[in-house]
Design a protein around this ligand. Sequence first.
Ligand code: PHE
Length: 483
Amino acid sequence: MTQQRSHWKSSTGFILAAAGSAVGVGNLWKFPYITWENNGGAFVLIYLLCIPLIGLPIMMAEFIIGRHTQKSAVPALTQLGATTFGGDRWKIVGWVGVIAAAVILSYIAVIAGWAVALFVQCVDWSLTGYTAPSENAFGDFLANTSLQFVFAFFFSAATVVIVCKGVVDGIERANRILMPGLFVMIMFLVCYAVTMDGFGEAIGFLFNPRFDALSDQAILEALGHAFFSLSLGMSIMITYGSYLKRSDSIPRAATIIVGLDTLVALSACVIMYSILFTFPELQSSVSKSATGMLFTTLPPLFYAKMSGGVILGPIFYLLIMFAALSSSISLLEVVVALLIDRFSFSRTRATLVSGTLVFILTVLVVLSLDPANGLSRFQLFGTDESGLFYQLNQLFFRGKAGFFNFLDHLVANWLLPFGGLCITLFTGWFLDKKLCVEELGFIGQDGKPQIWFTGFRVIIRFIAPLAIMYVLYTVITGAADFT
Ligand code: PHE
């Protein structure tokens, strides 16, 4: 088994692929939503501090682990852990990452399926004329399980086909098309937003910090979202880093990726808020449901109230599809790489097996969205209203019912912070210091580590773990809920 490991063909290809993973529905939908809920300005500022101070160093740590070992997460942590405290038990972190990736993929496929459905709908409206949908059109769609299967399946199949083609011919090539396409579309929408009446107010809301409007919970939420948005804590960046050549600079790549991710998140806010301030009557629908806003309020608006809606509608949903696809590719690759590296599967077999397993979860998620289905009332420890199981449901899931909510809650509140914490502790306290300096290239003329490295080390040893521990503490005590 001396198969040569694939490597990204170019540094740009790698940056686009990793940025493709980071830029996703989290940027386009979740970030504008939580920023709105947290009253803008001050929250944005906190987020903009969390990104370089905590997100960036953790991303670099994941790249170090992957590139140094040239292995995906589980074998990489097994190898590096072997000679240090804890031994190969560190591989559990890799496993948790793989499970988190599979879980997220299962429901991103469903959300992306909605975007596919709306894209098809918008193209139809643009070509044959707009007819107002009924009040409850989206609710009906959610309850129509077979239709949802079709769209989620279509999306999952596209992911499987791309990952099956491999790192260079599949993942890198797809991202070379998806990402520039995504940037062009988003810039087009931002330019459109600039012409709207609400643009000025949107900018004010985003960049004018009012600290009296900031809650304690907001700081935690900003940190939690930084994790999700940069795809950290779940082995993705370890896996992508393992296809990185020695000659590429980790700090440079990570900085660009983080920058692109933030730029897209802010652009999405500018677009959404320009619409919300131009049509203030919509603002109440945001607080009711973010998905509702995205999938029910916007389409009629594009066609009935905005000039150029025939172009804006399809572009908007195509954008969401592209963003979701480049993220889901990275999620599937984490599972596939494990099967290849650890169990010597061929790529085709690994992709088909993991694609099928994940789709079974997707099926459960879709079923749970139909209020008539028992899965919509699912609770892990039973629905009994009293006793120990009730307490457990409260502790782990805040008593949330429904399979979809359960998965989302499990990942955002437990798996991602756990993965992130372990990665920072491992890199900061147990990984060889010299190895880190070399991988990062932070070596001065005199052969000693540069000041940059000191900064990296202080963050990865102290600041980041403490911040994440605090997040976990609030999750355990019930003060915070990141879903
Ligand atoms: N980072 C993606 C986003 O911002 C979501 C994601 C999370 C993708 C975790 C992969 C892994 O939407």
